[in-house]
Ligand binder design. Structure first.
Ligand code: AMP
Ligand code: FE
Ligand code: FE
Ligand code: ZN
Length: 283
């Protein structure tokens, strides 16, 4: 096999809401013993080149990836995409639409928060976020810097809660559309943390997505739990689908550590086999 485990296929850098550079992320993964890694920033491929080079320099294998924001009704569904063509026009258009909406939405949320707290857009959008995909974590970090909350988790529990008065939703495509876009761009689509509280889909919805090209499910993830996870284990076994496990590392932004969940070699091999839009860096 041209790559070596352990493999962690879900990591975020400061190109979205992680706190470290792509190089720093590969460094952190390597320090935890990871030999094959994917960078999966939200709605952007901006970190790929740097991460690939950092992985190569450390003798690691690298899979280019991305975590797409999607929504069905109130459910926020994240679709991990691997090895797709980053220049695919339809996918690019959709990502740009999401990213634009994320900027507008941050502005609106900061306006609302600014009525009750001393916070401005300039506090949130700093040099470090210039071409990054921005999200609520960036508002959280500004609230921490201002001494308003202790850490990101405290911000999410209160000021940034979807049930609170400051929340604004972002534009996101339906997950079925996202799966089709990824498949059409030669990529491998895996549903991220599918048994988390952010949104669980019924089997008939999953069937439809698998028919459209959804290749598998990230069952190893700290936010998965309960009966839905047990159902998905059986669902993946029956359908012979790809099963992954990953950390969802965000640097200092979350407690998740690289390698806390990993993906079996056999499953990594299936992703490498299925991905046709861009080449991995094997080392
Ligand atoms: P957004 O996509 O802008 O609505 O923000 C959601 C992102 O915030 C997710 O991708 C997570 O990485 C992050 N997030 C969600 N909950 C928490 C939390 N409790 N602590 C830190 N980060 C979180
Ligand atoms: Fe995130
Ligand atoms: Fe996610
Ligand atoms: Zn993630």
């Amino acid at each position: 096999m041209p790559f070596r485990g352990p493999s962690d296929l879900h990591l975020h850098s400061d190109r979205s809401d992680g706190t470290e550079s792509p190089t720093g992320v590969m460094e952190a993964a390597r320090a935890e013993g990871i030999r094959t890694a994917a960078l999966t920033d939200h709605d952007t491929t901006a970190g790929w080149d740097e991460a690939a080079e950092a992985a190569r320099a450390r003798g690691m294998s690298f899979l280019p990836g991305m975590e797409l924001s999607t929504r069905r009704e109130w459910r926020s569904i994240h679709i991990l995409a691997y090895l797709f063509d980053p220049d695919d026009p339809a996918l690019r258009r959709e990502i740009e639409r999401i990213r634009r909406s994320r900027r507008d939405r941050i502005e609106e949320m900061v306006t609302r928060i600014g009525r009750d707290y001393t916070l401005s857009l300039a506090d949130v959008l700093t040099e470090g976020t210039d071409d990054a995909t921005v999200g609520r974590p960036h508002i959280a970090d500004a609230l921490v810097r201002a001494g308003i909350v202790a850490d990101r988790s405290a911000a999410f529990a209160d000021i940034l809660s979807p049930r609170g008065p400051y929340y604004v939703s972002l534009y996101a495509p339906d997950p079925l559309v996202a799966v089709q876009l990824v498949a059409d761009a030669g990529g491998v689509a895996i549903m991220a943390h599918p048994a988390s509280r952010a949104g669980q889909l019924a089997t008939r919805d999953l069937d439809e997505m698998v028919s459209a090209g959804l290749a598998g499910f990230e069952l190893g993830h700290r936010e998965n739990s309960g009966a839905h996870l047990r159902m998905l284990r059986a669902y993946c076994a029956t359908g012979d689908l790809i099963v992954t496990g990953s950390s969802d590392y965000h640097g200092a932004g979350k407690p998740n550590r690289p390698g806390e969940h990993t993906t079996d070699d056999e499953m990594v091999a299936r992703i490498l086999e299925a991905g046709a839009g861009t080449a991995p860096t094997l080392g």
